[in-house]
Design a protein around this ligand. Structure first.
Ligand SMILES: *[C@@H]1O[C@H](CO)[C@@H](O)[C@H](O)[C@H]1NC(C)=O
Ligand SMILES: *[C@@H]1O[C@H](CO)[C@@H](O)[C@H](O)[C@H]1NC(C)=O
Ligand SMILES: *[C@@H]1O[C@H](CO)[C@@H](O)[C@H](O)[C@H]1NC(C)=O
Ligand SMILES: *[C@@H]1O[C@H](CO)[C@@H](O)[C@H](O)[C@H]1NC(C)=O
Length: 447
């Protein structure tokens, strides 16, 4: 009997763990030194590039050609470059191939400003008997459209005529290459998520926010300065707002003095070690002058409703399904459970908005052409971004409860799971705990 219970728990627990609000406060994790990071990043890059021949076979091409100039790089450049490389130099031509030979580098690379690379390229294409070569010229998918038009012209002038091979557009090649995570990334992604949570727990506390004094913009800049101190950067200005019924995802932060009774919202991400995060949490400022000890029940229920939507989306996300299929199933399930709200999830990783299938868009709530029709790829990170409408009786208002949390593919569970749990409880700003610091910069005295 006991064995049976343990067996059942063994099946259920992996599904539950990672989906809850973390029980321990987050701590600021230190990242490795830059030198150590470069070593790690290059190891990841080597594994990723090592997978390219298999990807080329999968998509039926012999090669993948990129040509770019300094400051006008192909978007793929940022996912193949060495850690100590920055912008591409001069004209950098990159040719990936599927010839698995120790003697042949992969990619073959030319850095040129004299035109001498063209005959060598033609020669290489002929020697390797390349029949079909992918170039990044897609009209719709950004990760497959990085060949600048000037470089396309240069290719046409210099190789199209001399070489009668076939250049093809294979958008899923760039998408799958950029989207796919490799072993070792998750460990550091967990650290980044813990840094994010530590910032949220500190930023949305009495230590930083002084109701009646601190403004939402002050808090925004506190997050920016804190990133600087933590040796991380960002891909998006943090957006902090006081939530009202009209508040809509994607809007700029508001310019309010934070007051008791406010429901606050943040949308922000950090960047480090070639990885990006994207998180939305909510916070409540206790009316301590009225003896309030917790957020009103209606606000807490709103968060629960958004949590239920997260469960629904994660339940329907499956490799091979398109983003639109996941969206349709999720919306149907919400309807069956009488939940109204909107879903707009996206891949995340090398970029805050990474390559791959999106599940809804703020302006396309039910069907997203092209990007929504891509298949979901395993071994990717996803940002589960959505809001639930909830009527809050204490305020006589219907508000959007907007949450966003980052998930990773779990091979054991065969599903996506949150990297560091998810917000189930509002961050509480409680002035009775005193005040240590303020996000508001000191006033400058002008003599
Ligand atoms: C940030 O980097 C500096 C310089 O390497 C280091 O002294 C400091 O400890 C780092 N801060 C954190 C929070 O890791
Ligand atoms: C990375 O560095 C190695 C060693 O210097 C070089 O062979 C390779 O071409 C570089 N990769 C890229 C994409 O520039
Ligand atoms: C559905 O939700 C609405 C508002 O959220 C509520 O008024 C209605 O009673 C609910 N219906 C059911 C069947 O639960
Ligand atoms: C709640 O708001 C509605 C309008 O949004 C208003 O008609 C109604 O009187 C309000 N109820 C209370 C109790 O204030």
């Amino acid at each position: 009997m006991l064995a049976k219970i343990i067996a059942v728990l063994g099946c259920i627990l992996p599904l539950i763990v990672g989906q809850l609000h973390p029980t321990e406060p987050a701590t600021y994790r230190s990242l490795p030194s830059l030198r150590e990071q470069a070593k790690i990043l290059d190891e990841w890059k080597d594994v990723r590039i090592g997978n390219i021949p298999t990807l080329l076979d999968k998509y039926g091409v012999d090669g993948w050609l990129m040509s770019q100039r300094e400051h006008a790089e192909d978007v793929i450049w940022w996912s193949i470059k060495n850690a100590t490389d920055f912008d591409a130099h001069r004209r950098t031509i990159i040719l990936f191939h599927n010839k698995r030979s120790e003697k042949l580098p992969n990619p073959i690379k030319w850095v040129d400003n004299t035109g001498s690379a063209w005959p060598e390229l033609i020669n290489t294409l002929e020697t390797l008997q390349m029949q079909r070569i992918a170039i990044n010229v897609d009209s719709d998918i950004n990760f497959a459209s990085g060949l600048h038009v000037g470089e396309l012209n240069a290719l046409q002038e210099n190789i199209f005529e001399s070489w009668d091979g076939q250049l093809v557009n294979v958008p899923m090649l760039g998408v799958e290459y950029v989207a796919t995570r490799v072993d070792g990334m998750l460990e550091y992604y967990r650290d980044l998520q813990e840094i994010v949570w530590a910032m949220l727990e500190e930023g949305f506390s009495h230590n930083i926010v002084e109701p009646g004094v601190t403004m939402t913009v002050d808090l925004q800049w506190w997050f920016r300065e804190k990133m600087q101190a933590l040796n991380v950067t960002t891909w998006n200005q943090p957006r902090i707002s006081v939530i009202v019924p009209e508040s809509f995802p994607g809007w700029e932060g508001t310019d309010d003095v934070i007051q008791e009774g406010d429901l606050l919202h943040i949308d922000f991400g950090i960047t480090a070690m070639g990885l990006n995060t994207d998180t939305q949490h909510m916070a409540y400022v206790l009316r301590t002058s009225e003896g309030e000890k917790d957020a009103p029940g209606g606000l807490r229920e709103g968060v629960k409703k958004a949590n239920r939507m997260q469960d629904i989306v994660l339940d329907y996300m499956r490799p091979g399904l398109t983003g639109n299929e996941v969206l349709t199933k999720s919306l149907e399930r919400m309807k069956a459970e009488n939940i109204s709200g909107q879903i707009f999830c996206h891949p995340i990783g090398d970029w805050g908005h990474d390559a791959g299938a999106v599940i809804g868009f703020t302006n396309l709530p039910e069907h997203v052409p092209i990007l929504g029709d891509l298949p979901m790829i395993p071994n990717t990170f996803y940002s589960i971004e959505l809001y639930a409408y909830h009527f809050v009786p204490e305020r006589n208002e219907t508000l959007r409860f907007r949450l966003e949390e980052n998930a990773h593919w779990s091979e054991e569970a065969r599903r996506w799971r949150f990297v560091r749990g998810r917000q189930e409880k509002l961050h509480i700003i409680d002035q009775t705990k005193g005040h240590r610091d303020t996000a508001r910069p000191p006033l400058i005295q002008i003599q």
